[in-house]
Write a protein that binds this ligand. Structure first.
Ligand SMILES: Cc1ncc(COP(=O)(O)O)c(C=O)c1O
Length: 368
């Protein structure tokens, strides 16, 4: 199996450079939450600490119903069948293993956006399938049976660009995928972090939205994570939902393979999904950081593209990303080079909002 080099190692010299700043490092290179896990979720985890028996791979019925209820309340998806829900150990493992779990292998193509979270590519490679970064459906060219992807990844809001795909765009993708027998998996882990005027439930459309699906979830999977919305990255808490037949197929393999979400985490997910207050509070924290940081980056001569949702400012100075990484490292600020997300990102850097207010203030002061 040919896995890509782990790119973060190449950032180490810049981390060292940035750490030499008298005010210390401001690390905006990774999207790892830094604010406390909400009390309501911690309490649920602790209350479930006594767990001598094996939990269900499928999760309990109340957990699956809570996911369906969350889709109805927060995502504009009123018709998710709780049978089409499966908890996962964070979403990265699902992204990395989905092609394998779907039975894909040599000769199969897995397509994903040309600027994207690297694990879509990794997942194709783990399965022995062929990774295919693509700009758009037309970028696939005339389809031959062999060249048609078996699986198409969508990521809206995007990591790293923050771009949101609208209903029309998603509908076109789904119509095309159904016509060609392609499974669409939609990674929606930043859906609660929509910064646009009038944002609210459903403003970032899910792939399962009836305006997109025409009322059937056939061939469609939505992937969601609690890591970002609820500061739960350390719990490894996520789920996949949609087509009941596909979810059952995933469940079958995962049961055999022991890919089970621990019981206390299942209970924590249930608590997190039924409390909207902490999600709103966390979003406000990020909003304030984002506003300050964005103005400071623009003042420093960067242009912020897309970034209408999610946890990143996708920024460029119209130069090679490593030059921008270096310029910011000289101010003690570490960011991720856009080239980590595909060669089309080579003139951008990804600036994360996941730092404390104190560190964001330090970054703003240094950029001023
Ligand atoms: C687009 C995208 N998908 C999936 C993940 C994985 O999140 P987790 O494994 O914490 O659920 C991330 C994390 O940064 C991400 O950006």
């Amino acid at each position: 199996m040919q896995l890509p080099d782990f790119p973060w190692d190449s950032l180490a010299p810049f981390k060292e450079r940035a750490s030499a700043h008298v005010g210390g490092l401001v690390d905006l290179s990774v999207g790892t939450p830094v604010d406390p896990t909400p009390e309501v979720v911690q309490r649920a985890l602790c209350a479930a600490a006594d767990a001598p028996g094996y939990p269900q791979t499928w999760g309990t019925a109340p957990l699956r119903e809570a996911v369906a209820g969350w889709f109805a309340r927060r995502r504009g998806v009123p018709d998710l069948d709780p049978d089409g829900v499966l908890p996962t150990v964070g979403s990265k493992e699902l992204v990395a293993w989905l092609p394998t779990l779907l039975g894909l292998g040599a000769g199969d193509v897995v397509a994903f956006p040309e600027v994207a979270y690297p694990t879509y590519d990794v997942g194709a490679r783990i399965a022995g399938a062929s990774p295919l970064p693509m700009r758009s459906l037309t970028g696939l060219g005339p389809l031959t049976t062999a060249g048609t992807p078996k699986l198409l990844w969508v990521n809206s809001p995007s990591n790293p660009t923050g771009q949101v795909l609208g209903v029309e765009h998603l509908k076109k993708l789904v119509d095309w995928a159904r016509e060609h027998g392609v499974v669409v998996a939609s990674d929606e882990c930043y859906a609660e972090l929509d910064w646009r005027e009038g944002a609210g439930p459903g403003s970032v459309p899910s792939i399962l939205d009836p305006r997109v699906t025409g009322g059937s979830h056939e061939g469609l999977l939505a992937v969601y994570s609690l890591s970002k919305q609820s500061n739960l990255a350390g719990y490894r808490a996520a789920f996949v939902a949609g087509d009941v037949t596909l979810v059952r197929a995933l469940l079958e393999v995962r049961k055999h393979a022991g890919m089970i979400v621990p019981w206390p985490v299942q209970q924590a997910v249930l608590a997190a999904l039924t409390d909207d207050e902490h999600v709103a509070a966390q979003k406000e924290r990020y909003r304030l950081r984002r506003d300050r940081l964005r103005a400071a980056l623009e003042g420093f001569g960067l242009r912020v593209d897309h970034s209408e949702a999610g946890l990143y400012l996708w920024s460029t100075r119209g130069q090679d990303c490593w030059e921008t990484v270096a310029a910011l490292a000289d101010r003690g600020i570490l960011v991720a080079p856009g080239s980590f997300y595909g060669s089309a990102g080579a003139q951008h850097v990804r600036v994360a909002l996941t730092a404390t207010d104190e560190r964001i203030d330090a970054a703003v002061a240094r950029l001023g």
